[in-house]
Write a protein that binds this ligand. Structure first.
Ligand code: DAH
Length: 341
């Protein structure tokens, strides 16, 4: 009777193992037959209750069935790819042609693209690429840049202040000028790409968060000619060989003299179009010779050294390059906007 039961159970179990479609089903079968409360285990427990002379044979048979099932389950498991000890499943394989990119590739934000392009250009001219704090002190953002607290220029760059701490969200990457001078001294060549903040009534051209790229070069006998040469090379790398740079006087407290930098409009090549408002020129940076007060704040002797500084609006460059007409789109978080570039 017991022997018959065992035989039937074995056949049924082997049949089900053969039909198992995956590892999970196999594991279920293993539990159902061989587990602590499994069918075979239950039968094995009753062996002890048999008359002594039947016990031996029944016990042997039950153990044989148990082993047969265990080894069959093991074999099929392996063929489904479950790794044995230190081994690899027979059916384990990698489809190198399979595409995992169902949802498409991600890509750089247009501001990053422009930033990396400029980093390449300036690195090739020996400039370091520096990073600076976005939460900055009043000192480095204004005071050290020749903008004392009473200075009217402060009104042009209102920002977000941390109460009582003399800290603010930096309004310009120029804030890194004096920090870099203190750390590296002269001679010095560096650019500082980064995020800036202003308290703006936002519109299509103004945003509370935007990107700039500051740069400066300090050495012996640095003149306005060096400033123009470096920025001309940069503009030509960005917009092509025929690009020209035009400098027109503009006041910035931390440079003397200071200029607005314009380049030939890359869209109409200087003929005049909608992008350049028919002037043929695009205004893309501010620049000038570093004010002696700023050099002094950085511990550099203005009698011995001189330098120029410039600041690009990275966000503005990206808007021009990609024809983006509303600056608020950059921080708007709309993936459909970013997906276009
Ligand atoms: N930081 C200025 C701004 O945000 C831009 C600038 C102008 C930077 C002249 C400079 C500079 O280094 O020399 O408007």
């Amino acid at each position: 009777m017991l022997q018959e039961n065992l035989q039937q159970l074995k056949n049924r179990a082997l049949d089900e193992i053969k039909k198992a479609g995956d590892l999970n089903q196999l594991r279920d079968l293993e539990i159902r037959y061989l587990g602590r409360k499994g069918e075979l285990t239950k039968i094995l427990r009753t062996v002890g209750e048999l008359p002594a002379k039947e016990r031996g044979r029944a016990g042997d048979l039950a153990n044989q069935v148990k082993q047969a099932l265990a080894s069959e389950i093991g074999r099929v498991k392996k063929s489904f790819g479950e790794k044995g000890e230190g081994g690899v499943g027979e059916k384990e394989w990698i489809d190198v042609t399979a595409s995992k990119m169902k949802d498409g590739f991600g890509h750089l934000n247009p501001v990053s693209t422009v930033q990396y392009e400029l980093e390449d250009v300036f690195s090739s001219m020996g400039f370091m690429v520096l990073d600076g704090p976005e939460l900055e002190s009043d000192y480095y953002n204004f005071e050290a840049l020749n903008i004392p607290s009473w200075h009217p220029a402060r009104d042009m760059q209102d920002t977000f202040y941390v109460e009582g701490e003399n800290l603010l969200m930096r309004t310009q990457t120029s804030a890194m000028q004096v920090r870099a001078m203190e750390k590296y001294g002269a001679p010095l060549r560096a650019i500082v790409p980064g995020r800036c903040f202003r308290n703006e009534a936002t519109d299509a051209r103004h945003e509370h968060t935007f990107y700039q790229l500051e740069g400066f070069m300090i050495d012996k006998n640095i003149s306005f000619a060096n400033l123009k040469a470096v920025l001309e090379v940069t503009a030509q790398k960005l917009y092509g060989k025929d690009t020209r740079v035009r400098l027109r006087p503009k006041y910035f407290p931390f440079v003397e003299p200071g200029v607005n930098g314009e380049v030939t409009c890359f869209l109409c090549k200087g003929k005049g179009c909608r992008l350049c408002k028919n002037t043929g020129w695009l205004e893309i940076f501010g620049a000038g010779m570093i004010h002696p007060n700023v050099l002094r704040a950085g511990g550099i002797n203005p009698e011995k050294w001189s330098g120029f500084a410039f600041g690009f609006g990275l966000t503005r460059l990206a808007m021009l390059k990609y024809g983006i007409d509303d600056v608020r789109l950059f921080c708007g978080g709309d993936i459909r906007f970013l997906g276009q570039f």
